[in-house]
Ligand binder design. Structure first.
Ligand SMILES: [Mg+2]
Length: 426
C-alpha cells in the first residue's frame, strides 16, 4: 500500500465526511406536554407547557436533535432561520449565527440567541452522531462522571382550575406541605440541594418554608428564587433572616443596580438568571459586583458554544456557575447534562423542572437520576433519540389544546380572579 494511495484515500474519506456533515433539512415541531399547576411570581403554570423539537438532518441522513421554547414568536423565528440552514455544515456554528443575525428583527438579539441555541444543539448532536463522538467530548471533554441536579420545589395548587382531581403532588401552600413535597422528590431522585421557587406567598411564609426545610433536611444546601418579586427595601430587610440559611439568594430583586446594592450589604452570594442574561449584561454586572453566581442556560445564551464561553468568563472573574431551567423534556436535559459534564467550573447543582414532567419525547422513556445526579447518556451525539409516536402525540396536544404563548397570569386568575401580576409584589 503506497503512501500516495493513503493520502488519496484519506482525502476521499475527509471529503465524504464533510459532505455528510452538510445540512439537508431542518424541521421544527411544536409540542405541548402536561404541566402541573406550579406557582411563581408570574402566576400559575398552565395545563400544558409549550416546547419545540428541532431536527437537523444531514446530507448523510443523520438526524440531530434539539429542544427549545415553543412560543409563537420563537417558532416563527425558528422557521425563518431553519429555511436558510441547508448547505451549512453542522460544525459551522458561526455560519448559523450569521444566518440568524441576517434575519433578525432590529433590536431582537434576545430572540436571535434563543433561535441559534435551539438549532445549534441539534447541529452538535448531528456532528457527534456522524463522527461517533459524544457532545461532551466535542465540547472539550468530560470533566465529571455525573452531573448533580437540585430538587426544585414549587408552591402549587392541588389541581388545575376546572379539573376535579388532584395531581399526584396535591396542594403545597404550607411549610408542612413543602417538606412533604421535598421528601417525595428527594426519595424519588436522591437530590442533595433544594431550591424553592418564591416570590409568590408573603415573604414571612416563604422564610417559614425555608426554615421548615432546614429542620427536615439539616445538611441540604438551600436556595430561594423570588424572581424579582421583592423590592430592594424588602430584600434588605429580609437579609438577616436568610444569612446562614441559604447557599445563595437568586434574583430577590430586579436589575443590576438593585442586586449590586443588596450584594454590597450581605455575604450571602446573590445568583441570577434575570439581571445577567446576555453578553452585554456582563460588563456592568461584573463591574458593579451585582452577583456571585450566574445561572447559565444554553437555551437563551445562544447554545452550547456560547454557554462554554460564559463558563470561561465566570472562571476568569471568579463568579460561581449554576444552571437555570424552564419546563422541559429529555432532549433539553441531555444537552444540559453534556454541557455541565464538560464544564470544569460548575460550582452548584443544576436546576431542572424534569421531575415535574410526566410526558417524554425520547425513546426509552424518562432519564433517571441516581443520587440526584445524571450520567451522560451513552452513545454518540446527545445519546438520545426521538420517539416519533410520542412526538406525534405531543404535537397533537399542541394543535388541539395548545396556546400561542405562555400566560401564567390568566391561568392564576382562574384560581383567584382578582390576582394581578406585580413585580415586585412585596
Ligand atoms: Mg431564577
Amino acid at each position: 500500500m503506497s503512501r500516495a494511495w493513503d493520502r488519496t484515500s484519506t482525502s476521499t474519506t475527509l471529503r465524504t465526511i464533510l459532505t455528510d456533515l452538510r445540512i439537508a433539512d431542518v424541521r421544527v415541531t411544536p409540542i405541548a406536554f402536561a404541566d402541573p399547576p406550579l406557582l411563581n411570581n408570574s402566576g400559575c403554570h398552565q395545563p400544558y407547557a409549550l416546547r419545540s423539537i428541532i431536527e437537523v438532518e444531514t446530507e448523510g441522513g443523520i438526524v440531530g436533535l434539539g429542544e427549545s421554547y415553543g412560543s409563537k414568536s420563537i417558532l416563527d423565528g425558528l422557521a425563518a432561520v431553519a429555511a436558510q440552514c441547508p448547505g451549512l455544515r453542522v460544525t459551522d456554528i458561526n455560519g448559523l449565527r450569521r444566518v440568524a443575525h441576517s434575519l433578525r428583527n432590529a433590536g431582537d438579539e434576545s430572540s436571535m440567541r434563543r433561535i441559534v441555541g435551539a438549532i445549534e444543539v441539534a447541529m452538535w448532536d448531528a456532528h457527534g452522531k456522524t463522527t461517533g463522538q459524544r457532545v461532551c467530548d466535542l465540547l472539550g471533554g468530560q470533566v465529571r462522571e455525573t452531573v448533580p441536579f437540585a430538587a426544585y420545589l414549587f408552591y402549587k395548587f392541588a389541581g388545575h382550575a376546572g379539573v376535579g382531581a388532584e395531581d399526584a403532588w396535591g396542594e403545597v401552600l404550607s411549610p408542612e406541605q413543602l417538606v412533604d413535597e421535598a421528601r417525595g422528590m428527594i426519595e424519588a431522585h436522591g437530590f442533595r440541594a433544594i431550591k424553592l421557587k418564591g416570590g409568590i406567598l408573603e415573604p414571612d411564609s416563604e422564610i417559614a418554608g425555608l426554615n421548615a426545610l432546614r429542620a427536615a433536611f439539616p445538611d441540604a444546601p438551600l436556595r430561594i428564587d423570588p424572581n424579582g418579586g421583592w423590592s430592594l427595601h424588602t430584600t434588605l430587610g429580609l437579609l438577616p433572616r436568610l444569612e446562614g440559611l441559604v447557599e445563595y439568594l437568586e434574583d430577590p430583586t430586579l436589575g443590576i443596580d438593585a442586586m449590586a446594592a443588596v450584594q454590597a450589604k450581605t455575604d450571602i452570594p446573590l445568583a441570577t438568571n434575570m439581571c445577567i442574561v446576555a453578553p452585554e449584561h456582563l460588563p456592568p454586572g461584573l463591574a458593579q459586583r451585582a452577583v456571585r453566581v450566574i445561572l447559565s442556560d444554553h437555551h437563551f445564551w445562544g447554545g452550547l458554544a456560547a454557554s462554554r464561553e460564559l463558563a470561561r468568563i465566570c472562571a476568569i472573574w471568579g463568579i460561581g456557575l449554576s444552571m437555570h431551567s424552564n419546563s422541559h423534556l429529555g432532549i433539553s436535559l441531555a444537552a444540559m447534562t453534556h454541557l455541565a459534564a464538560s464544564t470544569p467550573n460548575l460550582t452548584h447543582d443544576c436546576d431542572t423542572h424534569y421531575p415535574w414532567q410526566t410526558d417524554e419525547v425520547i425513546e426509552g422513556g424518562k432519564l433517571i437520576f441516581h443520587n440526584g445526579a445524571l450520567s451522560v447518556p451513552e452513545g454518540p451525539g446527545l445519546g438520545v433519540s426521538l420517539d416519533r409516536q410520542a412526538l406525534a402525540r405531543l404535537h397533537h396536544n399542541y394543535t388541539n389544546h395548545g396556546y400561542g404563548t405562555r400566560d401564567d397570569e390568566s391561568e392564576m386568575q382562574k384560581h383567584q380572579p382578582n390576582w394581578r401580576f406585580e413585580r415586585p409584589r412585596y
